[in-house]
Design a protein around this ligand. Structure first.
Ligand code: PNS
Length: 163
């Protein structure tokens, strides 16, 4: 049995919704690697290294995160999964509208690597509307970020969007 799961995403930046999914995955699998997708053509607000650093800060001192590691990858997710010998990908589904995209992505990954399965986890209801893009818009307009992202992420966003 393979007990390693990969939790991939852009995480630009990580939100409380992502952390909720990650905690659930960490409770289900022996080992979880949160992996940040870095795409040079699709630059985010934060660099890959910055996103990794923010996630690591969020996990500091969290008892449930002792089996969690953070890394980054470029290229196809399934190739990264094969490299790490992970057989499971974890994705969060917040609402029905997420499902079409997730379903397409999971089927594509399955075609590319039939031995890798995607499992979907639901976050707590209170996080179902949070998205990194909304969080960036709030930060851009200098809104209150406290209920969407941890303090270190809020501070990093404020710094990025300082006018
Ligand atoms: O947080 P996101 O942006 O919804 O995550 C999407 C992500 C990064 C998991 C997905 O775009 C991805 O796996 N990108 C790497 C390239 C790849 O493998 N594409 C084929 C899968 S459709």
């Amino acid at each position: 049995m393979n007990t390693l799961a990969l939790y991939p995403g852009s995480f630009d930046p990580i939100t409380y919704g992502h952390l909720d999914i990650l905690e659930r995955a960490a409770n289900l699998f022996q080992h979880v690697v949160v992996t940040v997708a870095v795409n040079k053509e699709k630059r985010g607000v934060f660099s890959g290294d910055e996103r990794v650093a923010l996630i690591k800060e969020c996990l500091e001192g969290k008892e449930w995160a002792v089996n969690v590691e953070v890394d980054q990858f470029t290229g196809l997710l399934v190739n990264h999964a094969k490299k790490l010998r992970a057989k499971t990908l974890v994705r969060g589904v917040r609402q029905i509208s997420d499902f079409e995209y997730e379903f397409r992505m999971a089927l594509t990954n399955k075609r590319l690597a039939p031995e890798v399965d995607t499992i979907f986890l639901m976050p707590d209801e209170e996080f179902t509307f949070i998205s990194a893009s909304l969080v960036k818009e709030i930060a851009y307009w200098d809104g209150e970020l406290r209920s969407f992202v941890p303090d270190n992420v809020a501070a990093a966003l404020k710094k990025k969007f300082k006018k």
